[in-house]
Structures are given as structure tokens and as C-alpha cells.
Design a protein around this ligand. Structure first.
Ligand code: ATP
Ligand code: MG
Length: 244
């Protein structure tokens, strides 16, 4: 864990939502550099909405989103990719009938071909399993391999911060551990991760900081290990929702 890490992402009284619906209700929080920031909270609390707002898919109606002290609200996802934010949404986000290589190429189409090829080679170095399956259709990969491919594709842009929504869905527990270790490794290499997870107990083992959302507001901000060891964890966050 990084101590005294500087703020990377700041939400400052952000109001955002969908048409008439306000979901984030003057939400303020900070995510720090080189850390895994875990967003937890009940269904509908606004966790995915935070990631969509951070990635420019929603424009805040009020408040500020800052990255490295610079206001980023109003920017498009394309601008934000260039600023160093990458997003791996919930669910399967691959072109199933295209090969692993083709999926990677599509994630770096905006780069010149020598740079693109270099970046793809880097990702394949990091994920030997993808290298072995380079010509296979994405749909034929296992769930864990598909998640690796999604994360690998996001890394092609050399993001400073990776946003990832519920990476554990549909994966076997052992594979979830692998994905979490991968995210831990990214944080150790200086990247920052903002992760939403319902698999709270497992995610807390790998995260640095836990933020709990409730009705679009910050209900708790604690070091992850402190929350993990909190005897009230089950009652507070796992009641009825998650039994692991
Ligand atoms: N595109 C949309 N249009 C209208 N309402 C939406 C849209 N997306 C989400 N919502 C609503 O916004 C609220 C917050 O949704 P959000 O997806 O951020 O919650 P969440 O905390 O990620 O929940 P979950 O744990 O179920 O993924 C919910 O009430 C949801 O129904
Ligand atoms: Mg969600």
C-alpha cells in the first residue's frame, strides 16, 4: 500500500444521472495514485455511474471531476483515453467472432502501426496465455482469458488509471484471484485502478482503499484491510446480498 499517495482522481460535489434521474448526489471522494480504490455498495447505489462519469459517458450537472488537479468533466471518452483513462465495463466486451489479435488491434486502431505492434507485443508478453491463443476466436477463450484480453486491450493505450466494473462476474473463484493479482501487479507498477466489485471480501484483500456508496453519496472511506477486519463487515455490506 502506498502511504501518503497523492490524489489522482477527485470527485468534488459531483451531481450526475440519467435524464431526470439524479444518481450521484453531490458525491465527493478521492482515489490515489498507485492504489486500487474499491467502490462497494448496494445495487443501484451509483457505482457504475461513477465509472461512467469518470470515463466521460455522463456529464456531471454540477461539481467537478479532476485528474491530477485538472478538471476533466465535459471531456469525451476519446479525450479521456488520451488523458490516460481506460475503462473495462461490466460483462463481456469483446468481438467474439474475431481473433484475439484482431480484438487487440481494434483497441489500438488510433495508433500508428509500428507503435500499435509494439504495444500489442508488450501485452502478449504480459499475458502468455493470450499469446498462445492469438489466432483463436475471442468467444472460444475461457472467461478468465476473455477478462485478460479485455484488460490487455485497455492497457494498449498505456493508461495511468484503469477503471474496471465487476471483473469477477462469471469467473471461478481461482480465476477471480488471478484477475485481482493482475490488478495488484498493475498498481505495483504505478498504475491506478478504480474497481467496482460485489465480491467484497475477495476484493478487499487486494484493494488499498474502500469507498462505500449509498444513494449516490460516500458512506465510508477506509483502508481496505481495516474494513476487511471489521467485525461489522457482514452486517454493514454483505447482509443478504453476498454470502462469500
Ligand atoms: N442508462 C440508464 N438510464 C436510466 N437509469 C439508469 C441507467 N443506468 C443506470 N440507471 C439507474 O441508476 C441507478 C444507479 O445505477 P448504477 O448502475 O450506477 O448502480 P450500481 O451501484 O452500479 O448497481 P449494481 O450493483 O446493480 O451494478 C439505478 O437506479 C439504475 O437503475
Ligand atoms: Mg453496477
Amino acid at each position: 500500500m502506498t502511504i501518503n499517495a497523492s490524489p489522482l482522481i477527485e470527485f468534488d460535489r459531483v451531481v450526475a444521472g440519467y435524464t431526470h434521474l439524479t444518481i450521484l448526489n453531490e458525491l465527493s471522494f478521492t482515489a490515489r495514485k498507485g492504489e486500487i480504490t474499491l467502490l462497494i455498495g448496494p445495487n443501484g447505489a451509483g457505482k457504475s455511474t461513477v465509472l461512467k462519469t469518470l470515463f466521460g459517458m455522463l456529464t456531471p450537472r454540477a461539481g467537478e471531476v479532476r485528474m491530477n488537479g485538472k478538471v476533466i468533466n465535459g471531456k469525451t471518452p476519446r479525450d479521456l483515453l488520451a488523458e490516460g483513462i481506460a475503462f473495462v465495463p461490466q460483462g463481456r466486451n469483446l468481438f467474439g467472432s474475431l481473433s484475439v489479435l484482431h480484438n487487440l488491434e481494434l483497441g489500438a486502431f488510433h495508433l500508428s502501426s509500428p507503435i500499435r505492434n509494439g504495444r500489442i507485443a508488450e501485452v502478449l508478453e504480459r499475458f502468455p496465455r493470450l499469446k498462445e491463443r492469438i489466432d483463436s476466436r475471442a468467444a472460444s477463450l475461457s472467461g478468465g482469458e476473455q477478462k485478460q484480453l479485455e484488460i490487455g486491450r485497455a492497457l494498449l493505450v498505456h493508461p495511468e488509471v484503469l477503471l474496471i466494473d465487476e471483473p469477477s462476474i462469471g469467473l471461478a473463484p481461482i480465476i477471480v484471484q488471478e484477475v485481482m493479482q493482475l490488478l495488484r501487479g498493475l498498481a505495483a507498477s504505478g498504475k491506478s485502478v478504480v474497481m467496482v466489485e460485489q465480491n467484497v471480501r475477495t476484493a478487499l484483500k487486494y484493494a488499498d482503499r474502500a469507498l462505500a456508496l449509498e444513494m449516490g453519496q460516500l458512506a465510508l472511506d477506509k483502508p481496505a484491510n481495516e474494513l476487511l477486519n471489521d467485525p461489522n463487515l457482514n452486517r454493514l455490506f454483505l447482509g443478504g446480498q453476498i454470502t462469500k
